[in-house]
Design a protein around this ligand. Structure first.
Ligand code: TYD
Length: 153
């Protein structure tokens, strides 16, 4: 089983989309294993978006990510990293395919409602960045064998 990070961005928190976003992942069959509300700061964002710090849009990205609290969520499932990434859709919301979170909930490149980890390696780093080991819950999933065939597990 993989674990991945999905951040509900400040704009989506303000727009009242938390429940709808979480419901989409629950409906897909992903298991929520950690969740908290947090106010991000400049230091953590410089690490999280280290690949973008030199970009001209970084100041507005930073301001947008600090404009209100975020919801940090960790999801578990078979191939959870790529499944959640594909559910998010293209970074540029106007080009995101309908049916994806961005394709259904946004019209912007920057105000694009969610962050998702882009690889298993990144997911491990990002989860450790935002959660402590004790924040994760390892509870049984009675529906596991209805969500997957045994040879997928
Ligand atoms: P990035 O890590 O490239 O995309 P993703 O969130 O899909 O993994 O970029 C991080 C965020 O930076 C992105 O969600 C929105 C913002 N951004 C812009 O505002 N303009 C841009 O041209 C890019 C590439 C990103």
């Amino acid at each position: 089983m993989e674990r991945t990070l999905l951040i509900i961005k400040p704009g989506a928190v303000q727009r009242g989309l938390i429940g709808q976003i979480i419901t989409r992942l629950e409906n897909r069959g992903l298991k929520l294993v950690a969740m908290k509300m947090a106010q991000l700061d400049k230091d953590i964002l410089k690490v999280h978006y280290a690949h973008l710090v030199e970009k001209p849009f970084y100041p507005t990205l930073e301001a947008s990510m600090m404009a209100a609290p975020v919801i940090l969520t960790a999801w578990e499932g078979v191939q959870a990293v790529s499944v959640v990434r594909e559910m998010a859709g293209a970074t540029e919301g106007k080009k995101a395919v309908p049916g994806t979170l961005r394709g259904d909930f946004c019209m912007s490149h920057q105000e694009n409602v969610v962050h998702t980890s882009d690889s298993l390696e990144t997911a491990e780093k990002e989860l450790a960045r935002f959660f402590k080991p004790e924040d994760f819950f390892d509870y049984p999933s009675p529906l596991l064998y209805y969500l997957y065939s045994t040879d997928e597990l």
